[in-house]
Design a protein around this ligand. Structure first.
Ligand code: PGA
Length: 252
């Protein structure tokens, strides 16, 4: 079992065009030639092309923050898989907690997008995670199991090499409160067991499971040192090149 760490930055709805390209250039300078860790950044969709130019020739891949499941047509405001690929995206984040809880996306809706993204050759980062009240009510495993089972419905084991799961407890996102390494490891191990049940041991062993939620340079090494934590999906700290680079170095 040797999984390559995967660290991705989710810039969310932040940066201007100039800030996005400056950030990408600073990242290329700091970590652009790292190859021990897989790297990606997911800027706002309108800046994907400019960021793609800034990343050209580096080892930092590009990802979208969302995608729709139709090829084209009357879907105002949506983006297709072909559009993301056209501007250089390799990855797409789906099921982020802000899309689930602020925008109202359901597991079934997310599943359609997962299915489409995989069919069209994008690598999917599927986010899952419980709300604070669900954790307090002892429902963490139940919530995460349901999100994964429905989110991956119809996805074959042979496609799982193209799926990263990001476990992001909602109470830890953007709050400065990080799940303890033990708390995160426990859920990651549970997810890996679930993948073994849904698929088989080799899929479970090979699947990258990122942790997300207030990851920063100061806590990254301990989180990434857990046996079932294979990387990080980073929000706030991904907006500062030095912090994101610090997290990447913590994993090297
Ligand atoms: P955060 O966000 O690092 O700011 O907590 C993580 C995420 O939402 O992916």
């Amino acid at each position: 079992m040797s999984r390559k760490l995967f660290i991705a930055g989710n810039w969310k709805m932040n940066t201007s065009q100039a800030e996005a390209t400056d950030l990408a250039k600073a990242l290329v300078e700091a970590i652009g030639s790292v190859d021990q860790v897989d790297l990606a950044v997911c800027p706002p969709a309108v800046y994907l092309s400019s960021v793609a130019n800034a990343l050209a020739g580096s080892n930092i891949a590009l990802g979208g923050q969302n995608v729709f499941y139709e090829d084209n047509g009357a879907f105002t405001g949506e983006l297709s898989t072909a559009m993301l690929k056209d501007v250089g995206c390799k990855y797409v984040i789906l099921g982020h907690s802000e899309r689930r809880h602020v925008i109202g996306e359901s597991d079934e809706f997310i599943n359609r997008k997962v299915f489409k993204a995989l069919a069209d050759g994008l690598l999917v980062i599927l986010c899952v995670g419980e709300l604070l009240e669900q954790r307090q009510a002892g429902q963490t495993d139940e919530v995460v199991v349901e999100q994964i089972k429905i989110g991956l419905e119809g996805v074959q084991g042979s496609d799982m090499a193209n799926v990263t799961i990001a476990y992001e407890p909602v109470w830890a996102i953007g709050t400065g409160v990080t799940a303890s390494p033990d708390q995160a490891q426990e859920v990651h191990a549970m997810i890996r067991n679930l993948l073994a049940e849904m698929y088989d041991d080799s899929v479970a062993d090979a699947t990258i499971i990122q942790y997300g939620g207030s990851v920063k340079p100061s806590n990254a090494a301990e989180l990434l040192g857990q046996p079932d934590i294979d990387g990080a999906l980073v929000g706030g700290a991904a907006l500062k090149a030095a912090d994101f680079a610090g997290i990447v170095r913590a994993g090297m």
